[in-house]
Write a protein that binds this ligand. Structure first.
Ligand SMILES: Nc1nc2c(ncn2[C@@H]2O[C@H](COP(=O)(O)OP(=O)(O)OP(=O)(O)O)[C@@H](O)[C@H]2O)c(=O)[nH]1
Ligand SMILES: [Mg+2]
Length: 407
């Protein structure tokens, strides 16, 4: 195995030197800015490349002094070898643009497994990695500028985006970078593995599920409950018994709104004012498979209203109360974080996003899911009850993030 060092005033120039001298068949072992560019002088960028098999590269990693810890090295190495595999596959077989359908062959399955492992470790390491990234600037090779611009325009926060870009720039083999669709596929796979999804599982008798929906005013809690009630009662493989409770007796017209839906769907509904009523209402509805609980919408800064909800959670129940925080996609990222933090006095289990039909920039959702590591269960995609609701899926989200101008 050989190690070669290339220096130039910028990353791109250093990379061009690598390509001119060694062609594309090299693995980048490290790249760093040695001297920062100033007004009066050029900067200096160093790329170290290895030109042999994976085992030899591993030895280099094992030996070199690095600011990353051992686990990080491991991730880098795996990412590198996964990228290499993608490279081999992509040079053999050109997948159709924008196709997300998995191609069933052993190489791809193996690759998927490898990327799964990397993504898991990445998730685990996220917190520490982001700290490292904030200290360094990102120099973007031109072949990544399109994907970077799309991801950035979608609202993915810069710290996540920069770190993902850095790992990719560093470890994606040169051959693969020439291929626009391969770059995109690499991103899809990586981002997809980072988004936690709560898969819907139908309740089987005698299990029961109690779901409470909390969140800011007007985000679509009541509408989502009506859609879910219809889904569980009439639209799943088997029909379920669904009961509804509303704690929102505060706002004029709120009870009527839910009553109307319940009547149309012929579902039982209970109205509750304080915790003792709540216990009674739950018991009255205990023969149901699902009990859906609506709550009064509250500003994230109205601590009193949010904390009042905790008093309802103290009552005795026959099943755990599963808390779903409902958030609107049209809320900007900083506000989503603020809302999440303030509602976190409640034991939030799952996130639901609404109004995905009102925007195409889903980067705020992506960043919040990475921040909170809470799974997302449903997307509400319009006002129509019951149809405009779908199970959360990463393809839908990533299309919004990466595919706007790709066709
Ligand atoms: N475009 C769009 N509108 C939605 C969606 N979900 C809900 N809405 C609309 O948003 C408005 C508020 O919906 P509600 O279900 O009453 O919201 P809420 O969170 O219960 O509101 P409060 O109880 O007042 O806090 C209604 O006009 C809904 O039709 C969605 O996914 N897309
Ligand atoms: Mg409501």
């Amino acid at each position: 195995m050989k190690l070669k060092t290339f220096t130039a005033p910028s990353y791109t120039e250093a990379l061009n030197k690598v390509k001119e001298t060694l062609g594309d068949d090299v693995v980048i072992v490290s790249s760093k800015e040695i001297k920062r560019k100033t007004l009066g002088s050029k900067g200096l960028y160093e790329i170290v490349v290895a030109v042999e098999d994976e085992e030899s590269v591993k030895k280099v990693y094992d030996n070199r002094q690095s600011s990353y810890n051992d686990k990080m090295d491991d991730v880098m190495l795996k990412l590198s070898s996964a990228a290499k595999e993608i490279n081999n596959i992509s040079s053999k077989k050109e997948l159709p643009q924008n196709s997300l359908k998995p191609v069933k062959n052993d190489e791809i399955l193996q690759l998927k497994e490898e990327i799964n492992k990397i993504a898991d470790t990445l998730k685990y390491l996220q917190a520490s990695v982001w700290d490292i990234s904030k200290k360094e600037d990102l120099e973007l090779p031109p072949e990544f500028s399109e994907i970077y611009a799309l991801a950035k325009a979608s609202g993915i926060t810069t710290n996540y985006l920069n770190e993902i870009m850095k790992l990719t720039i560093k470890y994606m083999p040169l051959k693969m970078r020439k291929n626009r669709s391969a770059i995109k596929r690499y991103f899809y796979t990586l981002l997809k593995k980072m988004i936690p999804i709560r898969i819907e599982r139908e309740i089987k008798h005698p299990h029961k599920k109690i779901m409470m929906f909390v969140g800011p005013t007007g985000v679509g809690k009541t509408t989502t409950i009506a859609k879910l009630a219809a889904r569980y009662a009439y639209k799943q493989n088997s029909r379920h018994k669904v009961g509804i409770i509303t704690l929102d007796t505060y706002r004029i017209g709120a009870v009527e709104q839910l009553m109307t839906y319940a009547k149309m769907m012929k579902l039982p509904i209970e109205t509750v004012v304080d915790p003792s009523d709540f216990e009674e209402a739950l018991n009255a509805l205990r023969h149901n498979d699902y009990i859906l609980i609506d709550t009064v919408g509250s500003s994230q800064h109205d601590r009193e209203k949010i904390e009042k909800l905790t008093s309802f959670l103290k009552v005795n129940t026959f099943a755990e109360i599963n808390i779903n925080l409902v958030l609107s996609t049209i809320t900007k990222y900083e506000d989503l974080v603020d809302i999440y933090e303030n509602f976190s006095v409640l034991p939030i289990d799952t996130l639901i996003f609404t109004k995905l039909d009102e925007t195409k920039t889903y980067g705020n959702i992506f960043s919040l899911l990475l921040d909170t590591k809470k799974p997302v269960s449903y997307f509400s995609v319009g006002q129509e009850v019951p149809d405009d609701l779908m199970q959360a899926n990463t393809e839908y989200l990533l299309k919004g993030i990466l595919e706007k101008e790709f066709n």
